[in-house]
Design a protein around this ligand. Structure first.
Ligand SMILES: [Zn+2]
Length: 75
């Protein structure tokens, strides 16, 4: 899973990375841009892995298979 942290004070968001890496980026951003503030904002979670193409292709393959089966049944 990939995590992206959104700053609660400005439009900043970290790059997609692991939870701990994103958290570190967020804290670093707050330290530089919003000194004295407690890091806040929200976390966006991507349930696919950052290289999520294989899972997506598998789903597409399954969909094609279902369509082929449906077409075969209607013949
Ligand atoms: Zn900010």
């Amino acid at each position: 899973m990939a995590y992206r942290y959104w700053c609660g004070e400005c439009g900043f968001k970290t790059a997609w990375s692991t939870e701990s890496q994103g958290e570190r980026q967020q804290i670093e951003h707050y330290r530089k841009q919003h000194p004295g503030l407690v890091p806040g904002g929200q976390v966006e979670v991507n349930h696919r892995s950052p290289s999520g193409a294989p899972g997506c292709l598998q789903l597409l393959g399954l969909l094609v298979l279902l369509l082929v089966l449906a077409a075969a049944c209607h013949r």
